[in-house]
Design a protein around this ligand. Structure first.
Ligand SMILES: [Zn+2]
Length: 360
C-alpha cells in the first residue's frame, strides 16, 4: 500500500516536472510579441545604412505600418495612443505643456530604457516634429516637439493614455500672450539697483494670475518667460503669432535719460496701415484703464512700430510701459506688490473693455 502511494507520488511529481519544463520551453512565446516587434525595429534599423536605432518619431511611424501589416484592430479617435508600462494606469502619466518651446513632456512611471520598443506607440504624427525618449529612476520622459504651440486633450483609458494635440483656439475662446520684457543677461533699465527685467516679470506674473482668475477656463494665457530667461525676440513674437493670440501684451518699464521728473504710463501700439483692428483705440483703452487704477499720469498711446515685437506681430499687440524707473517716486511704487496687483486689475479691465468695445 505504502509502495503504491510512493509510486503515485513519484509519477505525479515527474509529470509536474515535465509540465513545468515544457512550459519554460514555450514561455518565451508569451512575451515574444513585444520582443518580435523590437527585433523587427532593429532589423528595419539595421537595414538602413548608418542607422542603428530608429528615432522616436521613426518608431511611431514604423509602429503604424507594423499594426497595418498585422491587421491589428486598433481603433481610437485621438492622435496618439501611448501604452502604460505594466502595472501602471494612464491616470499616473504626468503631462507638462511648454508652449514657448513648443514641447509637451510626458512622464511615465515604471517606463524603462527599452520602453519605446516594449510598448509600441501608435498614432498620426501630424504637427509632431520630433519625439524623444529618455529614462531614469524608474520613469520615462517622452518629449514631443510640435510645429507650433499646441494644447492637448487627454483620455485616460487604463493601460493606454490617449492624447490629442489641439490648437490653442480649439481649447480656448480667447488667447493672450504676456511677454515680460528683457530677462537673463538683458536687464533692461537699471535705476537705484532695481533691474527692469525683475519688475517686468513681477508685473507679468500678477497679470497672468489676475487674467486667469477673472476670465476662467475660456481664456488661455501664455507667457514668454516665467523666470530669469531671455527668449529671443523671434521666439517671443512667434509664440503670439503661431498661437494666433487675440492679444499680445509686452510688459516693460520706462526710464528717461535726463529728465528724472518724467512720470506715468505709456502704451505703444502698431500704427502700420491695413490692420484688421483699431490699434490706437486698443492702446487708449489700456492707457485709460491702467492710469485709472494706478493713479499714474496718462502719457497716452504712442506709435511704436520700430520695436521688434510690435513690428513683427501679426496679432493685436501692445507694449505697456507701466511707469518710469528714472523717477524716484514711480520707482518706489513699481516695486510694491499692491501696485503690481492694481496694474493687473487695470489690464483685466482693459481686456474686458477691448473684448466688448472692439470685439477683440
Ligand atoms: Zn524694457
Amino acid at each position: 500500500m505504502e509502495d503504491k502511494i510512493v509510486r503515485i507520488c513519484t509519477l505525479v511529481t515527474f509529470g509536474l516536472l515535465i509540465f513545468v519544463c515544457t512550459s519554460f520551453f514555450y514561455l518565451p512565446s508569451l512575451h515574444t510579441y513585444e520582443e518580435s516587434v523590437r527585433q523587427e525595429y532593429l532589423r528595419e534599423a539595421a537595414a538602413r545604412e548608418n542607422i542603428t536605432e530608429l528615432s522616436g518619431l521613426e518608431l511611431l511611424q514604423y509602429n503604424n505600418t507594423v499594426s497595418e501589416i498585422r491587421e491589428e484592430e486598433v481603433f481610437f479617435d485621438e492622435q496618439l495612443r501611448i501604452a502604460m508600462p505594466f502595472g501602471h494606469d494612464a491616470s499616473e502619466a504626468l503631462i507638462v505643456n511648454d508652449p514657448i518651446h513648443k514641447t509637451i513632456e510626458l512622464t511615465l512611471p515604471g517606463a524603462e530604457e527599452n520602453y519605446m520598443y516594449r510598448y509600441p506607440m501608435l498614432g498620426t504624427p501630424e504637427s509632431i516634429l520630433d519625439l524623444t525618449y529618455e529614462s531614469a529612476n524608474d520613469r520615462g520622459t517622452l518629449d514631443i516637439t510640435t510645429d507650433k504651440p499646441m494644447e492637448y486633450r487627454r483620455r485616460d483609458g487604463g493601460e493606454y493614455l490617449y492624447l490629442d494635440l489641439i490648437t490653442p483656439h480649439e481649447k480656448y475662446d480667447y488667447v493672450i500672450v504676456v511677454d515680460a520684457g528683457h530677462g537673463g543677461t538683458s536687464s533692461g533699465a537699471v535705476r537705484e539697483e532695481v533691474l527692469e527685467k525683475d519688475l517686468n516679470l513681477a508685473f507679468s506674473e500678477k497679470a497672468i494670475l489676475a487674467l486667469k482668475n477673472r476670465f476662467g477656463d475660456r481664456l488661455g494665457v501664455y507667457y514668454t518667460r516665467n523666470g530669469d530667461e531671455n527668449p529671443s525676440f523671434e521666439e517671443r513674437v512667434a509664440l503670439a503669432n503661431e498661437s494666433e493670440a487675440d492679444l499680445f501684451l509686452s510688459i516693460h518699464n520706462n526710464a528717461a535719460k535726463r529728465n528724472d521728473k518724467a512720470s506715468g504710463t505709456t502704451v505703444l501700439y502698431k500704427s502700420a496701415a491695413g490692420l484688421d483692428y483699431d490699434a490706437k483705440a486698443l492702446a487708449e483703452i489700456f492707457s485709460e484703464e491702467l492710469t485709472a487704477v494706478l493713479g499714474s499720469e496718462n502719457r497716452g498711446a504712442t506709435a511704436g512700430d520700430e520695436i521688434y515685437v510690435i513690428h513683427h506681430s501679426d496679432v493685436p499687440v501692445l507694449l505697456l510701459e507701466i511707469g518710469f524707473m528714472s523717477n524716484h517716486n514711480d520707482l518706489q511704487k513699481l516695486q510694491k506688490e499692491e501696485y503690481q496687483d492694481l496694474a493687473a486689475e487695470g489690464i483685466c479691465n482693459a481686456v474686458a473693455r477691448a473684448a466688448a468695445d472692439l470685439e477683440l
